[in-house]
Design a binder for this molecule. Structure first.
Ligand code: CA
Length: 222
């Protein structure tokens, strides 16, 4: 995995880099949100490990920004805060998992591996799979059981955003930004789009979109 570590405590950052590189990963690190933006603009990463308390802003702001741009890299949040509200805020911003400090280095790697594995997801030459659904980025199509679904472009976009991250809650705002490029005044557009996608997937589909009150929407195995 190519991993970007965003952590202003250089001792923690160096330990993470040494450990993860020893495990065969390729690492880079930044000490601020600004530094992270620069690295991400220059290179492709598979995963981001981000601290919440950064000198220029909360790491969650960086995550929100990346998700709004449609960036689907795996994100693990590190933080000294460990309350339920903080965890929910992390997931709401678009994190895939959350690890309170202090943590064992082995656990960081295990969490990253679990994120990559979760939901039996597999990325194979640009094809993301969950249950009987697959999104083929090159063909720009979603297939169920190998058969292409006739989805309107925005419905396709919704699944393209959600499929690489099964079980992760996407907030309404995040989905609206990723699909329409801006927020709507009411939730009608998103609700109607979700209705279309659910109808196209069908009730016997192995995958469903679940509404988690206060957290958002997630794609999960039925
Ligand atoms: Ca910090």
């Amino acid at each position: 995995m190519r991993i970007l570590i965003v952590e202003d405590d250089t001792h923690i950052a160096e330990n993470l880099v040494l450990y993860l590189e020893m495990k065969g990963h390729e690492c880079d690190y930044a000490t601020s949100c600004r530094g992270a933006r620069e690295r991400i603009a220059q290179a492709e990463f598979d995963a981001l490990i981000v601290d919440r308390g950064l000198p220029d802003s909360d790491g969650l702001a960086l995550i929100r920004e990346l998700r709004a741009q449609g960036n689907s890299l795996w994100i693990l949040v590190l933080t000294a805060r460990d309350t339920l509200q903080d965890k929910l805020a992390g997931f709401d911003a678009g994190a895939d998992d959350y690890l309170p400090k202090p943590f064992a280095l082995q656990e960081v790697e295990a969490r990253l591996a679990a994120i990559a594995r979760r939901g039996k997801l597999r990325e194979d030459a640009g094809v993301w799979r969950l249950g009987d659904i697959e999104y083929d980025a090159a063909a720009q199509e979603v297939r169920r059981g190998g058969v292409a679904l006739h989805l309107p472009p925005k419905a396709l976009r919704l699944l393209a955003v959600m499929l690489p991250h099964p079980n992760r809650a996407f907030s309404r705002r995040e989905l609206e930004l990723a699909i329409w490029g801006h927020e709507h005044d009411s939730s009608d557009n998103l609700r109607s789009l979700l209705h279309t996608v659910r109808r196209q997937l069908g009730e016997t589909c192995g995958v469903e979109i679940v509404n988690r009150h206060g957290l958002g929407y997630k794609l999960a195995l039925r």
